[in-house]
Ligand binder design. Structure first.
Ligand SMILES: C[S@@+](CC[C@H](N)C(=O)[O-])C[C@H]1O[C@@H](n2cnc3c(N)ncnc32)[C@H](O)[C@@H]1O
Length: 278
């Protein structure tokens, strides 16, 4: 128990630093108590950041900074950078996919020559624009979000400027009933190549069942936030919120699901990449 608490703390520090990088550029050293508490409450953790050793987390922050500076920012499309800059001022900026994870998403899409994708959870559209830029000219994305306003007011103009807006079909809807509708309507030769899931963590296991019917064999499902700020390390049988519970259930389910091959990657807030094999 003592050991898992210690791990929980170091994961949370990593999370705090990542958010700090996304939201505040390079000012890692200016981590302040108020900001820490916000992140801690997002993660559902309780601990005192000041009680933890700087040594534990500074090298991780330095490495993330190194990756961003060396290989991520030089390759980030100018409209993605502009979108990221504008999103930084949004009160929910931390919801955006971080740019190093965006690189991984883009690479995967190109690696598998994806043409037809589905995204659950758009917000201002960093992952959506990343996808639209990675798909070929005739690529199509079905993007679902319960609230279109952040995309309309912030994200859409960057997709227009990048010349990829025509690849996007935005569905403003609760995700689950829309996925259910697709399951009934989609024909075998209309299945998706790729899905990116980043909304309503409590429903991740429900999305998984639908998406396994909507993605072709050999297609990929990528789940975001599968480390959920380190809160997946909560002791067994401890009381967690419904989103943490949703992520923990998904992680357990994916680990033994014979219909997929998978790998959980420690990037951003944790990403799990699944290939449908059956
Ligand atoms: C973490 S954000 C998505 C971030 C996005 N991938 C990006 O890179 O900016 C989650 C989004 O999911 C949407 N959402 C939350 N619950 C939902 C639900 N039940 N169905 C559809 N969308 C939902 C929210 O409106 C929010 O925009």
């Amino acid at each position: 128990m003592a050991q898992s608490k210690c791990l929980l703390q170091s994961q949370a520090l990593l999370q705090i630093e990542v958010y700090e990088i996304w939201n505040c550029g390079w000012e890692i050293g200016r981590l302040n108590g108020r900001f820490s508490e916000e992140i801690v409450s997002i993660s559902g953790l309780s601990y005192n950041p000041r009680a933890s050793s700087r040594r534990l987390w500074l090298p991780l922050g330095d490495l993330i900074k190194y990756i961003l500076q060396t290989s991520v920012y030089p390759r980030e499309h100018e409209q993605l950078k502009a979108l990221r800059e504008e999103t930084r001022h949004h009160r929910w900026a931390g919801m955006s996919v971080p740019p190093d994870e965006g690189r991984l998403l883009s690479l995967l899409l190109k690696l598998m020559n994806a043409k037809k994708t589905i995204e659950v959870g758009v917000f201002t559209g960093y992952s959506l624009l990343t996808t639209a830029l990675a798909l070929p000219k005739d690529g199509k994305i079905t993007a679902i979000d319960i609230n279109k306003s952040n995309y309309e007011t912030i994200g859409r103009k960057y997709a227009q400027r990048a010349g990829v807006e025509d690849k996007i079909e935005f569905i403003e809807s609760e995700a689950l009933p829309f996925l259910d509708k697709l399951v009934l309507e989609l024909k075998e030769d209309e299945l998706f190549d790729f899905a990116f899931v980043d909304a309503d963590k409590a429903n991740y296991t429900n999305y998984h069942e639908r998406l396994l019917k909507l993605i072709r064999v050999g297609g990929v499902i990528m789940y975001d936030n599968t480390l959920w700020g380190g809160s997946v390390l909560a002791p067994v049988n401890s009381k967690v919120d419904r989103e943490t519970d949703g992520i923990i259930r998904l992680n357990k389910q994916l680990a033994v699901d014979p219909r997929i091959e998978m790998s959980q990657v420690c990037i951003g807030d944790g990403v799990t990449i699944c290939i449908r094999i059956a």
